[in-house]
Ligand binder design. Structure first.
Ligand code: BV8
Length: 263
C-alpha cells in the first residue's frame, strides 16, 4: 500500500487513483462508510479536528443520555445550534460524487456516521444512517416522533404524552438502531470494495465495518486528510480532502467502466 502525501502528489496520486478507480469499476457490490470529515468542506466542523465541535464541549457532557438528563437545556441548545448550522450548509462535491457513484455502479450502499443530512440532500438514496439524523426528534419516554417546530425554544419541548422531546440521534452508550446496524454489517460482509471516507475510526461499532469488509476479502480504499485507525487496513490510501479527491475518482471510475463495456 502506498501512502500518498510527501512523494510527488500528482504522479503517485494518479497511479493510486487509477488503482482505486479500477477496483470500483469492476465491483459488483460496493459500499462506503463516511464520517464527519466528508462534511468538513461543507463548513461543518468535525468531532476531533482542532476546530471540532468537541473543542467547545466534551462528548461525555453532551452526546449522552446522562448529559441530557443532567442538563436538558444545555444539550438541547447544543443540538439546536448544530441543527441550524447543518441547515445553512450545502453538500460539497464529495457528497455529490458519492450520489453519482450510486447511479453508475451496479450496486452501491452508503453507510454514514453523520447526522447532518447532507448525503440525502446530495441525492444519495440507498443510505444507512447509523447514528440518526439531526432533523429527527422523538420523545424520551415513548419515542413518539416529533416534527421540528420553529416555536421551540431554549429548553426541550414536551410531547403530547407529557415526556420531554430529545434529538433523534444515537448518543454514546446507546445502542445503534438494530435494522441499520444489521444491514450495515451484512453489506460490509458482502461488498467487494469499501470506500472509507473522512472518519478517524474511533467510534464503534461503525469502526468495525471496514474490518468486516476486509475479513470478507473486500478491497478497502480510504480517503482522509490524515492517517486514521483504519489506514492500516487500507489497500489504497488517498490522502487529501474528500471534496477534491472523490469527483476525480468517480469520473475515472466511469471512464474505466466505459472502456470495459467497450463504449
Ligand atoms: C454502542 C451522534 C453498545 C450524536 C455519534 C466506554 C464506555 C461506554 C461506551 C464505550 C466505551 N468505549 C467504547 C465505547 C463505545 C462507544 C465509542 O465508540 N466511544 C468512543 C468515544 C471510544 N460507542 C457507543 O457508545 C455507540 N453505542 O456501542 O452501543 C454499548 C452501549 C453501552 C456501553 C458499551 C457499548 C454509539 C456511538 C454513536 C455516538 N454518536 N453521533 C452526535 O453527533 O451528537 S458519534 C459521533 O462521533 C459522530 O456521529 C461520529 O460517528 C463520531 C466522530 O467520528 P468521525 O466521524 O470519525 O469524526 P472525527 O472528528 O473523529 O474524525 C474526522 C476525520 O475526518 C478525521 O480522520 C480527519 O482526519 C478527517 N477529515 C477532516 N477533514 C477531512 C477529512 N477527511 C477527508 N476530507 C476532509 N476534508
Amino acid at each position: 500500500m502506498t501512502i500518498l502525501g510527501s512523494i510527488p502528489y500528482d504522479a503517485a496520486m494518479k497511479e493510486e487513483l487509477d488503482k482505486a478507480a479500477s477496483i470500483l469499476a469492476r465491483s459488483t457490490s460496493a459500499a462506503a462508510l463516511t464520517g464527519a470529515g466528508i462534511s468538513r468542506e461543507s463548513g461543518i466542523p468535525t468531532f476531533r479536528d482542532n476546530d471540532g465541535i468537541w473543542g467547545k464541549y466534551r462528548p461525555e457532557e453532551l452526546a449522552t443520555l446522562e448529559g441530557f438528563l443532567a442538563d436538558p437545556g444545555l444539550v438541547w441548545r447544543w443540538y439546536m445550534e448544530r441543527l441550524f448550522t447543518a441547515r445553512t450548509k450545502k453538500p460539497n462535491p464529495g457528497h455529490y460524487a458519492l450520489a453519482r457513484l450510486e447511479r453508475i455502479l451496479p450496486r452501491f450502499v452508503l453507510i454514514t456516521q453523520n447526522i447532518d443530512d447532507l448525503h440525502r440532500k446530495a441525492g444519495s438514496a440507498d443510505l444507512i444512517e447509523l447514528h440518526g439524523n439531526i432533523e429527527r426528534f422523538r420523545c424520551l419516554e415513548a419515542a413518539h416522533p416529533a416534527e421540528y417546530d420553529p416555536g421551540w425554544g431554549e429548553e426541550p419541548p414536551l410531547c403530547s404524552c407529557g415526556s420531554i422531546i430529545r434529538p433523534g440521534v444515537v448518543w454514546f452508550g446507546e445502542q445503534l438502531p438494530e435494522k441499520e446496524v444489521e444491514r450495515a454489517f451484512a453489506e460490509s460482509a458482502m461488498c467487494d470494495v469499501m470506500l472509507v471516507i473522512g472518519t478517524s475510526g474511533m467510534v464503534s461499532p461503525a469502526s468495525h465495518l471496514p474490518l468486516a469488509a476486509k475479513d470478507a476479502d473486500a478491497s478497502v480504499i480510504e480517503i482522509n486528510t490524515a492517517r486514521s485507525a483504519i489506514t492500516p487496513l487500507a489497500d489504497v490510501f488517498l490522502e487529501g480532502p474528500s471534496g477534491e479527491i472523490l469527483p476525480g475518482l468517480v469520473s475515472r471510475t466511469a471512464e474505466i467502466m466505459n472502456d470495459i463495456q467497450g463504449n
